[in-house]
Design a protein around this ligand. Sequence first.
Ligand SMILES: Cc1cc2nc3c(=O)[nH]c(=O)nc-3n(C[C@H](O)[C@H](O)[C@H](O)COP(=O)(O)OP(=O)(O)OC[C@H]3O[C@@H](n4cnc5c(N)ncnc54)[C@H](O)[C@@H]3O)c2cc1C
Ligand code: SF4
Ligand code: SF4
Length: 462
Amino acid sequence: MGRLNGCLIYDRREADDRAATDRARDWRDIHGSLTLDEQREQAARCMDCGVPFCHGGRALNGMASGCPLGNLIPEFNDLLYRRLDRAALGRLSLTNPLPEMTGRVCPAPCEAACLCGLNQESVTIRANERCLAEMGFGNGWLKRIENNGRRGNIAVVGSGPAGLACVIRLRQLGFSVTVFERDDRPGGLMMYGIPNMKLEKDVIERRTAWMEGSGVRFMLNTEVTDVDALSGEFGAVALCCGAREPRGLSVEGSGLDGVAFAVEYLKQATKAVISGVAPRLDASGKDVVILGGGDTGNDCAATAIRQGCRSVTQLEILKEPPRSREQSNPWPEWPRVLKVDYGHEEAIALQGCDPRVYEAATEAFIGDGGKVSAVRARVRGEAREFPAGLALLAMGFVGAERGLVRAMGLETDERGRLRTRGYESNLRNVFVAGDMRRGQSLVVWAIREGVEAAEAIGLSQP
Ligand SMILES: Cc1cc2nc3c(=O)[nH]c(=O)nc-3n(C[C@H](O)[C@H](O)[C@H](O)COP(=O)(O)OP(=O)(O)OC[C@H]3O[C@@H](n4cnc5c(N)ncnc54)[C@H](O)[C@@H]3O)c2cc1C
Ligand code: SF4
Ligand code: SF4
């Protein structure tokens, strides 16, 4: 275990985020990091529990509790504390092929389930993971995958976390892999969804460069419309295309200029940051209204603030969550409590109020000369109008893109997710992983699905 009584000696400590007013002026990572010695102290808090709730991902009351990847958390904490960093990274890499991503963006259901959290604060598992991943890249400990790929050729369609994890595992299993990606850069929603200040894009590029060095071929700007075309050249195909069909809102005015889907807005914003391409959807000088009070809405708020919006408002249809856990939501369930995320903090610091308005049902977009000028909503029964030069729909996704599914003859369930047996679809040798199979989810689940689909492919091939 870490240090005997470590959890009694040291308090939980995380690096401070950069100040809201300061970080909102640029697109750089908002998070700081502790020194290596400070991080070791945090690892020392781990009690090496006999039953480590942190380690086993399971669904409790519909939400994940514990690590969905089954990361060997007590082991890597202990090794980090004892300065056996390379061994710690090795232990982490056994189950997690992309720890630099989860170490930054995972909501850490492991920490919600950590036993320390029962009567004090949980261990900083995610920050420990990020620290190890960075040491791995910084010290050149991540060895390339060297094999000749003689087990056969596999095609992976889509390069989000599910696709990347699937590719890494397939290479480890001895396959030669080609990735088809319709965007101009790999990474899926990690590249063109999650904003740069939460996940800097050179972190993704560093990993994909390592993958190319490990013999992976990336075919970018290549949309796959028909799996039959691949079946001649590849023994199996893994579809990791995400759940990209956005939930729309058919109310008056939804076709107005300036009403747009959140992911399209975020994608253009990221392109502007990394390649200087001016975004068509730009919040600069505008009142921005975001429909949807979740994480995507928060990312839109933080992005609009950086673009120099005049104001930002986030409309949420549900009630405001409680400030502390209710009795019906005990540890180790995921805490369903009000969270003030980085975009909210920035809005509070810059515009003086929380951007979220709860129990708000949008009724119409009001236009002026074909452009949106306001959003009309009923808030707790009262009609209200919010000025809007840009209205963003951040209400989630309704499954895999219908066009692709129909064109390929794939079967889906009532929620638009692909039907599979294990990971194989209704088409032989066509496997599916990530949001496309699971529905809109998290990076950590996509990684798990990618790894497991690769293993299923491994078993299916001669
Ligand atoms: C704005 C936003 C913020 C988020 N923030 C977080 C977060 O902080 N933490 C977290 O854990 N999760 C977050 N998520 C969720 C997370 O990003 C997804 O669950 C995850 O990326 C799903 O991975 P995936 O590989 O299944 O699909 P995706 O990441 O969607 O990748 C699918 C890829 O397939 C490609 N593709 C699709 N069709 C084709 C085709 N026909 N041919 C070729 N390529 C194709 C797409 O271009 C894309 O690159 C966020 C989601 C959004 C929208
Ligand atoms: S992947 Fe997520 S849940 Fe698993 S150990 Fe890392 S932060 Fe925790
Ligand atoms: S539950 Fe917490 S204290 Fe126990 S092994 Fe896991 S990280 Fe360590």
